[in-house]
Every structure is written in C-alpha cells, then in structure tokens.
Write a protein that binds this ligand. Structure first.
Ligand code: HEM
Length: 196
C-alpha cells in the first residue's frame, strides 16, 4: 500500500498543487493534452507522449519528493565529501529532499520551474541529482508505472478542470511520505473553451 499507493497519491497531489499555483504552466499542459487528444477519445491514445506534462511532474517530484529520504546500511567503508570516513555497519540516511534542494545543483531551489527538465537544460547534470525513486540496485521497481499513472491523471484532470489553490501557503509535513499539513485543497472550475 505504501510503495504503490501513498507515494503516487502524494506525488500527484503536489503536481496538481504546483500547476494550480502556476497557471501559465497549467495552461501549457492543457494545450499539450488537448492537442494530442483533439477529436479523439482519451483511451484510444498514447498518453505517454506528453513531454511538457512530464517535465512538470519531474519538477514537482524534485521540489516535493514523496519519499523524502531512504536509509542504507554500509557494507564497506565510505569516504564522503569533507574526507569523513564512515565505517561499515553504520546506517546512513540519504536525504532525497536535501539533494533536490541543494543550491549548488539546483539554482533557486525553491522555485518551481519545469524547464529545468528540458533535455537542453539537463545536459551535464549528474544522474544522482534527481533521485525521487532512489538509485542503484534497490531503486523503485514501480517508477515507470508511477510516472505513467501521474501523467494520465494530470493530463485528464487539467483537460477537464482549471485548478486554483485554496490556500496561499502550504506547509510540508514530512512523515514516511511527504504530506501537507491539513491536506492540499484546490478549487476546480471548467476550463474556458473546453470541449468536454
Ligand atoms: C511517485 C511514486 C513513487 C515514488 C516517489 C517511489 C519511490 C520509491 C523509493 C524512493 C524507493 C526506495 C526505497 C528505499 O530504498 O528505502 C522505492 C522502492 C520501491 N517502490 Fe516505489 N515509488 C513510487 C511508486 C511506486 C509504485 C507505483 C510501485 C508499485 C506499483 C512501487 C513499488 C516499489 C517497491 C516494491 C519498492 C522496493 C524495491 C526494492 O526494495 O527492491 N513504487 N520507491
């Protein structure tokens, strides 16, 4: 339940929250999906071909990683930056949240900017800079499924609704997964000029 449901629920909630806060990106997502599905039923089409929505999801997973940290027990000695040596047997907490907010890797880390994930802007970035699904041999086995699920849900939601935030500020609540204090509340309205 935790690995497959709560994570995706958290991820999707934060994506919709970010799009609600950034109408310009929401509009671009809506245009992308409307364009793809024009005159056709959604189930006939391949909703994996939504590059801008994918960028919006990734940027949301960066800013609000559903799994904020993972732990690992060292099997061998490891030297970390600063020349500190961690002996084998120790359990280390790897902060996914901290990595995703590191200003040396992500300038203005608190700014929601999906264009960071434009392939042009991703060149040269370490594969370990963005690790919402962890990395290495025990990374998330459900990540492709999770991305597909979030893509479909985001695309069909923005196609049907214009979303706006209810609260101007939301406090992150890091538990086992990243929640929002009091929940994430959004307002919905029909999109102007929508055909469904
Ligand atoms: C946005 C959605 C998701 C996120 C952010 C996420 C994140 C993660 C992370 C960070 C880990 C590593 C945990 C650790 O090492 O302690 C993990 C492992 C795992 N995830 Fe996901 N996950 C997501 C969705 C899913 C889905 C949809 C499934 C199943 C359908 C799934 C199944 C698993 C399983 C079984 C593991 C354990 C893999 C192993 O230990 O070898 N996850 N996930």
């Amino acid at each position: 339940m935790f690995e497959g449901h709560d994570t995706t629920a958290s991820g999707l909630s934060w994506v919709l929250y970010n799009l609600a806060k950034h109408p310009e990106y929401q509009e671009r997502c809506r245009a992308e999906v409307d364009d793809l599905l024009e005159g056709r039923d959604s189930d006939e089409n391949d909703l994996s071909n939504l590059p801008f929505i994918t960028m919006c999801i990734k940027e949301s997973l960066r800013l609000y990683p559903p799994v904020p940290a993972v732990t690992r027990r060292l099997t061998q000695e490891m030297t970390v930056p600063g020349k500190r040596v961690i002996p084998p047997g120790n359990i280390c907490l790897v902060s996914i949240y901290g990595t995703h907010h590191n200003p040396h890797i992500w300038p203005d880390p608190e700014v929601y900017n999906p264009l960071r994930f434009d392939p042009e802007n991703s060149k040269g970035r370490s594969p370990y800079a963005f690790i919402p699904f962890s990395a290495g041999p025990r990374n998330c086995i459900g990540q492709n499924f999770a991305m597909a699920e979030m893509r479909v849900a985001t695309a069909l939601t923005v196609r049907r609704f214009r979303i706006t935030p209810r609260d101007s500020k939301v406090r992150r609540l890091p538990e086992l997964i990243l929640r929002a204090e009091g929940g994430l509340w959004l307002r919905t309205a029909p999109p102007t000029g929508a055909n469904n």
